[in-house]
Design a protein around this ligand. Structure first.
Ligand SMILES: Cc1cc2nc3c(=O)[nH]c(=O)nc-3n(C[C@H](O)[C@H](O)[C@H](O)COP(=O)(O)OP(=O)(O)OC[C@H]3O[C@@H](n4cnc5c(N)ncnc54)[C@H](O)[C@@H]3O)c2cc1C
Length: 414
């Protein structure tokens, strides 16, 4: 497969773009691999890529029941940032943000990464005090963040409501935060992994697991049985159901998280805006659409679709923040099934089943974690022990009570 470049695009333009090769191979599944990754979302594909790229393990299959990116990795609101409160989270997410900063070059793929700043609003003096304390903790974690006065905020976001129902007292901004085109991250990792010899097998659902004693030996799929000594589950909202098939109970709740976009308009909002109290997060895509997200549905569900009550709540919050949005039409609304742990931190590493690894519990915030998730899980699979950055996120933290409570980090209720 050839490298993408300006010269190549120009060359193909001459032939009417009819001679491009498929970006990803479509191989038939083999009967055995060194590693099987279940789930062709960002995390599964990034893990496969780093296994091949950093550890020379290329007999790797990514098994995806639908098409790659059809899960949460292609449904999220694209926010990338690393301003987390607890040190283990800050270290992990900042590593991910640093990888994002060089990812387009690494993958030779335009991921449309835009570090436009992510602003968290404080409504009233009490919230401002908490935001200040959080900002101090983030700075002490070695991650950038900055407090903004009300005047600075309104200069940055002129469209922001001057007199919302809950008056704005200040804000915190992480300038390295922003958005990144989600499909491109999936496709970029898939193309690069495929180029290194990883087999990405779509329309291949894992139905059951094979075990010998306490060790995993393979999977049964809709396209036959495949064996491997190491298997990693990266199936987000379907993790608990799939793990149960191998006798493993995971502390996860699956819920739908919804989002929506308006029709495209001229530039209106340069940053990502989050309000915990009014309860929405908003950004504008390069195409001009306004992306709006809010709270997760308050109940367990596997229904991957949006609903009117959430659309209404999100629209109400968005208009309260940016009144000019009131005359825009909603173009699309959708949902993804997110996998939420009791402390809203991820679950990564080995399991009591020998050879079985998990990379899940990303809940509503795992898009920003894709590069570091892939890098650290690849290390863990290659070495058989957890990468130091993800040791705190092991399954057995729930036995020890060593929870990393990041419930406040998402900015809206999840
Ligand atoms: C509306 C919404 C907004 C979000 N906004 C943000 C945000 O702004 N920033 C952020 O950081 N995160 C955000 N997230 C969360 C983020 O999208 C996820 O945490 C992340 O994409 C998870 O990636 P993944 O690869 O683990 O899972 P996924 O991308 O969901 O991939 C899992 C894959 O596994 C496949 N699968 C399931 N079962 C099987 C099986 N039995 N066999 C084979 N394949 C199977 C699925 O088809 C799916 O493709 C949001 C999520 C949603 C839904």
């Amino acid at each position: 497969m050839s490298r993408y470049s300006f010269a190549r695009v120009a060359l193909h333009a001459i032939s009417g773009h009819r001679r491009w090769h498929p970006a990803i191979r479509a191989p038939e599944p083999r009967t055995s691999y060194d590693v099987i990754i279940v789930g062709g979302g960002g995390h599964g594909l990034a893990t496969a890529y780093f296994l091949a790229r950093l550890h020379g393990i290329r007999r790797v299959a990514v098994l995806e029941r639908s098409v790659i990116g059809h899960g949460n990795s292609g449904r999220n609101t694209q926010v990338t940032r690393s301003d987390y409160y607890h040190l283990p989270s800050a270290r992990f997410y900042d590593r991910s943000l640093k990888l994002y900063e060089g990812l387009a070059r690494e993958l030779n793929y335009n991921i449309m990464f835009s570090q436009r700043g992510k602003i968290a609003l404080a409504h009233g003096p009490h919230e401002l005090e908490i935001l200040r304390r959080t900002a101090n903790a983030i700075l002490m974690n070695g991650v950038d963040t900055e407090m903004l006065s009300v005047d600075e905020l309104y200069r940055l976001v002129p469209a922001l409501n001057r007199s919302p129902r809950f008056p704005i007292a200040g804000a915190a901004v992480q300038w390295r935060g922003g958005i990144c085109r989600h499909d491109a991250v999936v496709w970029g990792f898939a193309r690069a992994a495929s180029q290194l010899g990883v087999d990405i097998i779509q329309n291949c659902e894992v139905l059951a697991f094979r075990k010998r004693g306490d060790a995993i030996t393979g999977v049964d799929t809709t396209r036959g049985s495949i064996s491997a000594p190491s298997i990693c589950l990266s199936v987000a909202g379907h993790s608990s159901e799939l793990a149960r098939k191998v006798g493993l109970e995971l502390p996860l709740t699956s819920m739908a998280l919804q989002a929506m976009v308006t029709e495209p308009v001229k530039p209106l909002l340069d940053q990502v805006l989050i309000s915990t109290l009014i309860h929405a997060y908003i950004s504008q895509t390069d195409r001009g659409e306004i992306v709006i997200g809010g709270a997760a549905d308050g109940y367990t569900s596997y229904a991957q679709r949006g609903g009117l009550p959430v659309m209404e709540a999100n629209a109400r919050a968005a208009i309260e923040l940016l009144p000019r949005l009131s005359r825009l039409r909603i173009m699309r609304q959708w949902a993804g099934i997110v996998d939420i742990t009791p402390d809203t931190s991820p679950l990564m590493g080995s399991t009591p089943v020998r050879g079985l690894y998990i990379n899940c519990g990303w809940g509503t915030g795992g898009f920003k974690a894709i590069p570091a998730g892939g890098e650290t899980m690849a290390y863990t699979l290659a070495h058989g022990h957890a990468h130091p950055l993800i040791e705190p996120f092991s399954l057995e933290r729930f036995e020890r009570g060593a929870l990393i409570d990041e419930a406040a980090a998402s900015g809206v209720a999840h």
